[in-house]
Design a protein around this ligand. Sequence first.
Ligand code: SF4
Length: 973
Amino acid sequence: MTPTDLEARLRAARAAADARGETFYPGPSRIHLARFPPKERWDDWVELDPAAWPERVARRYALVPTTCFNCESACGLLAYVDRDTGVVRKFEGNPEHPGSRGRNCAKGPATLNQVTDPDRVLHPLKRAGARGEGKWVPVSWDEALADIAGRIRQAIVDGRHNEVMYHVGRPGEDGFTERILAAWGVDGHNSHTNVCSSNGRAGYQYWMGCDRPSPDHANADVILLVSSHLEAGHYFNPHAQRVMDGKAHGAKLIVIDARLSNTATHADHWLATYPGSEAAVLLAIANHLIQTGQYDREFVRRWWNWAEYLDHAHPGAPCTFAQFEKVLRDLYAAYTFEFAAAESGVPAGTLREVAEVVAGAGTRLSTHTWRSAAAGNLGGWQVSRTLFLLNALVGAVAVEGGVFPNAWNKFVPRPIHLPPHPHTWNPLTWPAEYPLAMNELSFLLPHFLEEQRGRLAVYFTRVYNPVWTNPDGFSWIDVLTDEILVGLHVALTPTWSETAYFADYVLPTGHASERHDVHSYETHDAQWIGFRQPVLRALRERQGQPVHDTRAVNPGEVWEENEFWIELTWRIDPDGALGIRQYVESREHPGQKLGIEEYYAWMFAHSVPGLPERAAAEGLSPIAFMRRYGAFEVARGLGAQHEEPVPAEELQDPAEDRFGRVFTRAPKPLPVNLVPVPTPDPDAQGRRPVGVRVDDRVLRGFPTPSGRLEFFSRTLVEWGWPELALPTYVKSHVHPDHLEPGQIPLIPTFRLPVQIHTRSANAKWLDEIAHTNPLWLHPQDAARLGGLRTGDLVRVSTTIGHFVVKAWVTEGIRPGVVACSHHMGRWRLHEHGQRQLMAAVALERAGAGRSLRRRSGVVPFASSDPDTLRIWWTDVGVHQNLTFPVHPDPVSGQHCWHQAVRVTRAETGDAYGDIHVDVDKAHEEYRAWLARTRPAARVSPDGTRRPYWLLRPLKPGRDLYRLPETGAPAATR
Ligand code: SF4
């Protein structure tokens, strides 16, 4: 069935349902999925057991909402708890969730596999032999907590705050753990963002202050994706269903991807561009809009900081919009379709056709990129910057069918305690070489530790697997096995991982139905909060049986992290003398430990506008409402907040700079919404920025230094990158000019729709669907390599090593490029592990050489789940990331994932899954990329480490921003 057939059938089904008088689900989903259990019957829902068919066996369920934990989208789930046995039988979508609207991808229902996984970690374990040796003994939570708390306390008492680090992969929550770190006074937050989305973020940030887009796909006329959003994009299911809504209404879909992804198969226009050329294509489209006058002149005149640009770049010229338009035409004139065709390999005629489609969208142009091309390339942040240029040209910003700043479409409630940010700066995560890094230079940590820039007394990895996920994993293994560099490694994880093998404690934490969190994401023009909860605890409480420790209802000794962090914090400062304990104390019972029920009850009662009233209308307390429905829509249709006038009472002793930025002495009101937004600098007299003058009115504007959309970034000019201050094209490190003879680009950045990094390897339904990652190779390249056929072994050589993988010869990729998904190639060194999807391997070391040799693939095994005896697959793919050197973008800090590789037939002695790396070469490559940076000491315009206005998860005070060399306070204490 073609997409057009499908859409026609969908429309016909809807029309028929309307004709029958069927109603849409009345909750926030507002969609036609008539079979959702109505919420009034969630206490006692009866349905037939499909497994008992053909017998008609009725099952009675209590339906309890929670939130999926398998990707960043945070879709709502409903746990179907068997009322007779108290066991969760399945997970389906939650129709009360405004973001996911009752729908899930395959990974949502597969939460059940994760909960019942026979290989999951159920009890705390302590290392018995040498680190990495694979010997473990059970340990009590109490003993583990005492040890960990004692070491953290000692580090704090000794002033070694920077030796405490928490390194998170999937946060799945909005700020709880950052606040715990702030309570400890440590600048110890480390994230995965620089191996994920920093380049995507940076391009948006320099335009609008906010670092993410919130596209309104459902109402767009043209949807332009530099991604594979219909199968794996950021906010995958919530956005994918809205892309399909848009298509069902007639929107045209344009997809830029070297691969024929599932998303590209649904496109009206698929542009199979050469990797790294995406910005050239986008600039050619922009140039077409500019040269033909097909842009929104009034929007550009009112909202771009063009006057600031003219003042900087053309100081003698008249500062008029007409002058700017003339300059704009000149600036982009070189980005012709012919130029873009030469860079991308897509014919100029096709690009012209697509440019006209974009021009026809008017303001209904929704666009998105996040990882993909942005994450793959040196300068990839210009992909998102040039993509948003199209929106900014046609005025498709914060309007229906356009793109909104994410901070307007997200809501973060205020918690019961809000500790101040730490008074320390950690150069292990925020090194001076990268003053403009979007996030922590997380993936360089092994090199920083080896260079003796610091050490770690206590290092937490939490739902994070850097040995497997990050590039250069052997360097991670080397430092994690060094007990001087890493004193204690605590792995907080629901499952075994390659990194957990190198821990001292493996502590079992919960899956989606076993923990509390709140979260909110920019899925559309609305604000909502979702509530993840331990479903069996919530059910007990619904039945009048309070639970005070989630371990009482979770399997084994699995603990939720909120309770773990509160307990750990209490033990770090048991008498409150360090000033830490106050942040985990009860308000209802001063001097006692804060309980989870009080924490969330306070938040929902005091910090979520409209929730208390909505709950009261149903005779519920706010927390009872959230426990019952799992989500709440705070607001919808936020619209163009930049156009809001600043009220007169906020303009106390106002001042205005020559570009119209307006400042005030009025105190900043306590924000209702704690969503992170940048903090543009005050004026010389200390007034805070409050708005921007547009014509004769002071409007709220954007959270940028200028208050406008920053076509021109003064920040980039002042911090050493003037050549990149405008949306422009950077030749990638895999640009043909930079390749040696015989090298071609490898695209390793794409996900598989039914897997998610480390956590889903124990989900049997998903493993059966997808369990390998062959190398995509065009038939022309296969022929060039001597007639390679699908299944043949090939050796893929990077600059530091090689891996051996199977070829998949397909026309679904452009010639001259190869691709391999990063979602496969899991391995285990010992008997512990996820046996459904981890190959058994041997790790070998010889000088600087590191190798993995496969001992066996997956085999059936006996377990508590009879299905593990039915495993029919043996292949689990190959771990390619181990063979990648680090490639930090010198501006954003993002690891640029694409690799220049040589693909050859496997050599004699090569075996499937072989991996070899030279770690000395890996370190050399790190030094080479480090040399591309422009360190703060060289470029800082004001003696600080980093522009203060840029986002930072933990944000030390301004005094800590000063570079140590200036005589300012010491960097660390
Ligand atoms: S998109 Fe899929 S994996 Fe991600 S949160 Fe939604 S259901 Fe879970």
